[in-house]
Design a protein around this ligand. Structure first.
Ligand SMILES: [Zn+2]
Length: 129
């Protein structure tokens, strides 16, 4: 399901990650996309992976969030799975691969995810199927 607001756990996430209006957050079975923010289909595919990872449950999702905040390894693992699915969708649907790969690698290596890897590393890992 999609809600056009931020989830109630946002203040906690904000202590650790630079979350902005444009930041889409998935918690449990819900994708939170603020009003005025457009979620493209490839991004929706990314968020659907996070729903699956959280077993569509807000309670499991809380556990997921705690691990996401505290473990760089966990964060890397779940985000890579989601970015790979997004990249696969991009490749399968005739999007500009290079352009989107650069955007995704930029994001994955950014502060938003706690600077968990280098840009070059992100490019390599997203492409690797
Ligand atoms: Zn993600």
């Amino acid at each position: 399901m999609i809600k056009h607001c931020k989830p109630i756990i946002t203040p906690i996430l904000k202590l650790f990650f630079p979350i902005r209006k444009e930041t889409i957050i998935t918690w449990g079975d819900t994708i939170y996309v603020e009003k005025g923010v457009i979620m493209k289909e490839d991004v929706r595919q990314h968020e659907l992976v996070h729903i699956k990872q959280q077993k569509s449950s807000k309670w499991y999702g809380l556990w997921f969030m705690i691990r996401f905040i505290t473990s760089k390894m966990f964060r890397t693992e779940v985000e890579l799975e989601a970015f790979k699915a997004q990249y696969k969708y991009i490749c399968d649907n005739g999007y500009d691969k290079k352009f989107h790969l650069e955007i995704m690698a930029n994001e994955l290596s950014s502060e938003l995810y706690g600077s968990m890897m280098s840009y070059g590393g992100a490019i390599k890992l997203i492409k690797k199927q």
